[in-house]
Design a protein around this ligand. Structure first.
Ligand code: SF4
Length: 308
């Protein structure tokens, strides 16, 4: 009989849970339409469920009518979003409900403090991810230097070398790979004349000239370290998550790095019988924006397929 092991921290993190609760509560308590700017969380099924509850999702801020009840997503927004909404009479305490995760706000605050203390801040993140866009707003906006992958370390070194920054700090998007971030710093340190040292998150020692701050959130770290556990004793790992979910993609990449057969799916219907053939222990995990019911459906489908 095939055994199925579900990761300890699979699925919703507290930030995503809170964002969904806020959106649901706001929609339930208001007879007027509730607008959400962008994907509240990166999961297509969750968005569909919320649309079924009357919530309207828009990608363009111009589609939000004046004076509308509005919810901002967990990933955080640049300050320009708040300004445009204010011009539409959409403000906090009135009709604006901000579901930005406190751990994203923490990264914004780290970015601001580093900048105010004379650092040129480089971001390890995905250029088009809303969180990276929001964090960049507090730095140099579109000119913020973003390094997307640990193998792109030479681009970061070139950028540092060609300018004459007094101090440089590297921070990370909350959902990046822990291992990738470590490799990026190691790669830079092995190929650059100056070494980057860790600046603790409390930012007490801001005398360091070249530093990095660990701003990957704990729920991301827990989900990534669960993959280590699954990889110890599973011969197949299934990752369940939204197509645009950065942290789900990182889980899948990490599972593949172990050389174990791994698949990234959005729902149980995508599971294929041949993936399961001959497997004895199947690990299942899910990104921070995947609801429990999708994980349970995948587990159930694996059970049905392997029992038949
Ligand atoms: S992944 Fe981390 S930063 Fe993003 S919503 Fe969850 S807890 Fe917050």
């Amino acid at each position: 009989m095939v055994s199925i092991k579900v990761a300890r921290h699979a699925g919703f993190c507290f930030g995503v849970k809170k964002a969904i609760e806020i959106a649901e509560e706001v929609a339930q308590n208001n007879s007027d339409s509730t607008y959400v700017l962008g994907q509240l969380v990166h999961n297509e099924k969750v968005i569909k469920d919320l649309e079924g509850k009357g919530i309207i999702f828009v990608e363009d801020i111009n589609e939000i009518p004046k004076n509308s009840i509005t919810v901002l997503r967990a990933h955080g927004e640049p300050g320009t979003t708040y300004k445009i909404l204010e011009e539409k009479s959409i403000t906090k305490g009135k009709n604006l409900n901000d579901a930005t995760c406190p751990l994203v706000t923490l990264v914004h605050n780290v970015a601001i403090k580093l900048k105010n203390n004379g650092y040129e801040v480089i971001l390890y993140g995905k250029k088009n991810h809303p969180e990276a866009v929001g964090t960049s707003y507090h730095l140099k906006g579109k000119n913020t230097f973003i390094v997307e992958h640990e193998d792109d370390f030479h681009q970061a070194i070139d950028y540092i070398r060609k300018s004459n920054f007094a101090k440089i700090a590297i921070i990370s998007q909350t959902t990046m790979s822990v291992l990738g971030y470590r490799k990026l710093i190691d790669n830079i340190n092995s190929n650059f004349e100056n070494k980057f040292a860790e600046i603790p998150l409390a930012l007490k020692n801001l005398e360091i000239k070249y530093g990095f701050v660990d701003t990957i959130c704990n729920p991301t770290k827990q989900r990534q370290s669960d993959i280590d556990e699954l990889a110890q004793d599973c011969d197949l790992i299934i990752v369940v998550g939204g197509k645009n979910s950065s942290n789900s993609k990182e889980l899948y990449a990490k599972a593949k790095e172990f050389g174990i057969d791994s698949y990234f799916i959005q729902s149980a219907e995508q599971l294929q019988r041949e993936w399961l053939e001959g497997k004895e222990k199947i690990g299942v995990t899910a990104g921070a924006s995947t609801p429990d019911y999708l994980i349970n459906e995948v587990v159930e489908r694996i059970r049905e397929t392997t029992d038949s």
